[in-house]
Design a protein around this ligand. Structure first.
Ligand SMILES: NC(=O)c1ccc[n+]([C@@H]2O[C@H](COP(=O)([O-])OP(=O)(O)OC[C@H]3O[C@@H](n4cnc5c(N)ncnc54)[C@H](O)[C@@H]3O)[C@@H](O)[C@H]2O)c1
Length: 253
């Protein structure tokens, strides 16, 4: 079992979905966690349910000052920060050139700039900890072109490359940086995209999932991978991305 005793973590987008599952597992394994989310009430509710190891802070990951404040709040609450999970993200599901410029910029700001700002502001405390670890939540979509998910796929690809460069540059500071690339996982994000995908593709989403990856992944499965990468058990991993997709990307059919 992956051990996170004594870890001091900041997790973005942690009010619900994957971020919430990551926070839950981190607490179970002994970490202290700061749940940061633009949905302040949701983050506070989730943190309250997790008990004294969890705190929450409002944070829009596109806002540099708010990200810096979330890092400061974590350091103040736990006397340091050694683990950053950049998880906050949004989806847009439509043909690539149906995206407006505003939609493109909003998605890139949250999914890419948010990850950049998280690492930039956490750098100091991560280095000071002597065992800094960053896990950036990318997507299987970041490893390929994906019809209907064009801007999303591009943003998640950027997350993989930011992670690799950060890993190489931060290695001397003892900071590891990895990315996690899940296929479809059962969260509100997937619930939201089902009607659009079904309307455009003309196939029931459940059938698509059954053929491609047998079933939806669970948030817990993504949390387990994240916990491993955050932990000292993953001490020789850095600059890599880890796919969890039930085999979706393994074969052509
Ligand atoms: N669910 C999937 O199938 C899946 C697959 C691959 C990758 N991912 C990625 O996992 C991450 C979490 O997805 P999820 O399925 O839990 O989605 P979700 O929509 O259920 O949760 C996303 C969370 O991020 C928060 N958020 C949105 N914009 C924010 C902002 N500007 N600042 C701070 N917080 C913000 C939301 O309030 C919400 O709590 C995302 O980066 C997503 O792209 C999800």
């Amino acid at each position: 079992m992956i051990e996170l005793q004594g870890r001091k973590a900041l997790i973005t987008g942690a009010a619900q979905g994957l971020g919430k599952a990551i926070a839950e597992l981190f607490v179970e394994r002994g970490a202290q966690v700061m749940l940061a989310d633009i949905d302040a009430e949701g983050a506070a509710r989730t943190a309250d349910a997790l008990g004294p190891q969890a705190r929450s802070v409002r944070c829009n990951v596109t806002n540099s000052a708010e990200v810096a404040a979330a890092v400061e709040a974590t350091v103040a609450a736990f006397d340091g920060l050694d683990t950053l999970v950049n998880n906050a993200g949004i989806e847009i599901v439509k043909p690539l050139f149906d995206n407006s410029e505003e939609e493109y910029e909003r998605l890139m700001a949250i999914n890419v700039k948010g990850v950049f700002l998280g690492m930039k502001h956490a750098l100091g405390p991560l280095a000071a900890s002597g065992r800094g670890s960053v896990v950036n939540i990318s997507s299987l979509a970041g490893t390929n072109g994906v019809p209907l998910f064009g801007t999303y796929a591009a943003s998640k690809s950027a997350v993989i490359q930011l992670s690799r460069t950060a890993a190489a540059e931060l290695r001397p500071a003892g900071i590891r940086v990895n990315a996690v690339c899940p296929g479809f996982v059962g969260t509100a994000m997937v619930e939201r995209l089902i009607p659009t995908v079904e309307a455009i593709v003309g196939v029931p989403f459940s059938a698509l999932v059954a053929v491609k990856q047998l079933r939806l992944g669970t948030p817990r499965e993504v949390a387990e991978m994240t916990a491993f990468l955050a932990s000292d058990a993953a001490s020789w991993t850095t600059g890599s991305h880890y796919i969890l997709d039930g085999g979706l990307s393994a074969g052509l059919l």
